[in-house]
Design a protein around this ligand. Structure first.
Ligand code: NAP
Length: 345
């Protein structure tokens, strides 16, 4: 039994080495540092997968220095389940480490039958935050996001609700996700006026989705001083070697609504095989190359990956030890890492 926390039995003891190797990066111009690689609970943390495996992944991530766990009110299935899974791990194992953890939640999509339980309105955002805190069993989240833009709600109302979340002490920082640069710039201005600066933006970014380089979001983040935590850096697993020959049992392309077998076509396989060869020539795997590539962008604070096993976590963190990219490597990446590869038509 822990002396410091006598009310916890069988308390989890985190590895003493957990901050020895994973670099932390400052989030924009804020005072918050995030691990270069963070863990998201979007897929495989609902009730349809083993709690023991989920718990192992979360605890192993923490042991590796991944203190930032990303979540949202809708992650499951069913909706809310991933926050309930994390709440269970927090209660049983990680509560003594709450002060080290950087937990996030998001609201924006539909989370109930009532017309006010969706979008970026004040009622939706603040109600969702309360439900997330209930499910997580915590008093606050570190980062609270508006999950996606909502053209039907005035941006002033969304910014005001995010600012209220911080003023009430239920969130330390606020972020946005999936906002185009013009809307991101507008809400950053509104939040600044509220005295609650925009901490971070969460867009999709990978070798196969160059959106933030093409639309100017990466440049805007640096100018405005907010961080970027980029999601799906492995393109949901497409930027690994797992789909080169077949679609393995248990892989996301077999069991998720968000990655369909049709996305794995001949064009995808041709480009991915060439990138896989480049990675092996460099002495790493494609997953490692893909993570290393997003992290070389100076606007990126953290690569937000998913994992369905502790082995994937161990493997992927080796990305931080990859050799520098040479000009020849980057030429191959430009030729075969084509924007839009593997994305739904
Ligand atoms: N803000 C938003 O709108 C939004 C949207 C999407 C995601 N996100 C956030 O971003 C997080 C990450 O998204 P993501 O899961 O799509 O990221 P990802 O890192 O691109 O994909 C992760 C998936 O790839 C597979 N994988 C990982 N490492 C592997 C390896 N070494 N070898 C083979 N396969 C490997 C695993 O899937 P399988 O083993 O199951 O095949 C894993 O779940 C989410 O959890 C969520 O927090 C946010």
């Amino acid at each position: 039994m822990s002396e410091q926390y006598p009310h916890y039995e069988n308390v989890f003891k985190a590895a003493d080495t957990r901050y020895d190797s994973l670099p932390y990066r400052r989030t924009g111009r804020s005072g918050l540092h995030l691990p270069a690689v963070s863990l998201g609970l979007w897929q495989k943390f609902g009730t349809d997968h083993s709690y023991d495996t989920q718990r192992d992944i979360i605890l192993h991530a923490f042991d590796l220095g991944i203190s930032h766990i990303d979540n949202a009110n809708r992650y499951g299935p069913p909706h809310r389940a991933a926050e309930q899974t994390l709440g269970r791990v927090l209660r049983r194992d990680l509560a003594p480490y709450r002060h080290e953890l950087i937990l996030s939640s998001k609201a924006g999509g539909v989370f109930g039958p009532n017309p006010n339980l969706r979008g970026g309105g004040r009622k939706a955002l603040l109600t969702s935050l309360d439900l997330s805190l209930r499910d997580l069993g915590t008093d606050y989240v570190d980062i609270f996001y508006h999950h996606r833009p909502d053209a039907t709600t005035p941006l002033e109302e969304t910014a005001g609700a995010l600012a209220t979340a911080v003023r009430s002490g239920k969130a330390l920082y606020v972020g946005i996700s999936n906002y185009a640069p013009d809307r991101a710039e507008a809400i950053a201005r509104l939040l600044r006026a509220e005295g609650v600066p925009l901490l971070i933006h969460q867009p999709r970014y990978s070798l196969y989705d160059r959106g933030i380089d093409r639309d100017g979001l990466a440049d805007l983040a640096i100018e405005e001083g907010f961080g970027l935590i980029v999601y799906s850096p492995l393109a949901q697993g497409l930027l690994t070697d797992k789909y080169l020959e077949t679609i393995p049992d248990g892989a996301r392309a077999r069991n998720s609504d968000f990655l369909k077998p049709e996305q794995i076509d001949d064009t995808y396989r041709h480009r991915t095989a060439r990138l896989d060869k480049l990675a092996r020539d460099r002495g790493q795997s494609l997953a490692q190359l893909a993570l290393q590539w997003v992290l070389r962008n100076p606007a990126v604070t953290s690569a937000l990956m998913g994992a369905s096993s502790t082995e994937q976590l161990d493997h992927n963190l080796q990305a931080l030890r990859g050799p520098e990219f040479t000009d020849d490597d980057l030429a191959v990446i430009e030729e075969f890492g084509v924007h839009g590869t593997g994305l739904p038509a």
